[in-house]
Design a protein around this ligand. Structure first.
Ligand SMILES: *Cc1c(COP(=O)(O)O)cnc(C)c1O
Length: 426
């Protein structure tokens, strides 16, 4: 070994993993067990008191999941990670550490549709207020800050149109307001964008998408950047106040720059319970080993498909940040120079009916509600995910009747283009 710091592809294969100490197994074993035997009574007591690190019960931690946590933390450049059952569980667990009833989170208006639902309905029912801001107008974040603001939440590459967010500008607003910036990095993955390098304090993922990458396992990840001072002004009592159930320790004081990840584990996972199954952790870890290869192919294919669609007579507009004419192209070249991701939208001259016809006539693309699969996927939001909205609301949320969303897979780009071409003619 040399003193070189390992590169991204090396970390994607190795970070967090060792040959199994008892069997020599080289792939990370699936530790399919609920619980772990204590060495003795003192060991048990110290684990329960957070005086020693170790395994107790899989709701709080598991050795297979621990490899996944360390790997994603390394890829994102954070201090620690936590694996949870889904992307939505990651968002819930993160905000539960920060928010009390009456507190406020400022969220970008352009979010994954499921996140808009989660914030609008479930979080409001907890008494957490949501202020929406426009990620294309940084001043709207600044204007939304109040004394009750506890966090800012954005996506690095935003659903559905693949727009690129100016993370550094919004991080500056968060710093000034004294609140953490949380970035959902699902559509970019750390291969394209590392939000912590641009000022994010917390990164969340739906590992269901590009990290796992094969459309077969749900999962979520939280990464702690280790950058935020949780004890300032006593704004975050979950982290700064003594914890009665842990002999009065203060989480920030005890765990320093990975305190937030610890809080998510020993308060969030412990009490809310959305643990990731070790089997899914294994599937996602296996997916991550090829993340750099897949992501580059996803991006190269997406760019070729976007270029093809831009020149097609049935297409009125293509929103892909990787096209030089796109309004997000400057931000793409700054934040995601290796590629603009694989999820984007385009509009059809034939409107709603043309959108419905297109999804019906595509053969290689699967018509379904997911992104970040090896397979290419398509959805017509106006007739599915956004069908309950009136036309004006559809347009505002980027799901106008003529809009189709693609998630480009890793097939041969010529086959994807041929499939789109035959479906657009049909
Ligand atoms: C899918 C998705 C989520 C939610 O993740 P689940 O794993 O489905 O719970 C959150 N954010 C983005 C950007 C997503 O694409």
């Amino acid at each position: 070994m040399t003193d070189r710091l390992p590169g991204f592809s090396t970390l994607a294969v190795h970070a967090g993993a060792q040959p199994d100490p008892t069997t020599g197994a080289r792939a990370t074993p699936i530790y399919q067990t609920t619980s772990f035997v204590f060495n003795d009574a003192d060991h048990a007591a110290s684990l329960f008191g957070l005086q020693a690190f170790g395994n107790i019960y899989t709701r709080i931690g598991n050795p297979t999941n621990a490899v996944l946590e360390e790997r994603v933390a390394a890829l994102e450049g954070g201090t620690a990670g936590l694996a949870v059952a889904s992307g939505h569980a990651a968002q819930l667990v993160v905000l539960q550490q920060l928010m009390k009833p009456g507190d406020e989170v400022i969220a970008a208006r352009k979010l994954y549709g499921g996140s808009i639902n989660q914030f609008t309905h479930a979080f409001k029912a907890f008494g957490w207020n949501v202020a929406w801001a426009d990620p294309d107008e940084v001043s709207t974040f600044e204007q939304a800050v109040t004394p009750h603001t506890k966090a800012i939440f954005i996506e690095s590459i935003a659903n559905p149109a693949g727009s690129i967010t100016d993370i550094e500008a919004i991080a500056a607003v968060a710093r000034k307001a004294g609140v953490p910036l949380i970035v959902d990095n699902t559509l970019a993955s750390p291969y394209l964008i590392k939000p912590i390098d641009h000022g994010a304090d917390i990164v969340v993922h739906s590992a269901t998408k590009f990290l796992g990458g094969h459309g077969n396992s749900l999962g979520g990840i939280i990464v702690d950047a280790g950058t935020f001072d949780w004890s300032k002004d006593n704004k975050y009592p979950m982290l700064s106040e003594p914890r009665p159930e842990y002999h009065g320790i203060r989480i920030q004081e005890t765990f320093g720059n990975f305190a937030f990840a610890i809080a998510c584990r020993v308060l969030g996972l412990r009490d809310l319970g959305p643990a990731l199954s070790p089997f899914n952790a294994f599937m996602i870890l296996t997916g991550i080993e090829t993340l750099p290869l897949r992501m580059q192919k996803h991006c190269d294919n997406a760019k070729a498909v976007a270029e093809f669609l831009s020149g097609h007579p049935a297409v009125s507009a293509v929103n892909y940040a990787g096209l030089p004419s796109d309004r997000y192209n400057n931000l793409q070249r700054k934040y995601a120079p290796k590629g603009a991701g694989a999820v984007f939208t385009f509009s059809l001259k034939g409107g709603y009916d043309a959108g419905v016809n297109l999804v019906s006539n595509l053969k290689l693309f699967s018509h379904l509600a997911n992104v970040g699969d090896t397979r290419s996927l398509v959805i017509h939001p106006a007739s599915t995910t956004h069908s309950q909205l009136d036309d004006a609301a559809k347009v505002k949320s980027g799901a106008a009747p003529d809009v189709v969303r693609l998630s480009i897979g890793i097939e041969d780009k010529e086959d994807l283009i041929a499939d789109l071409d035959q479906a657009l003619r049909a």
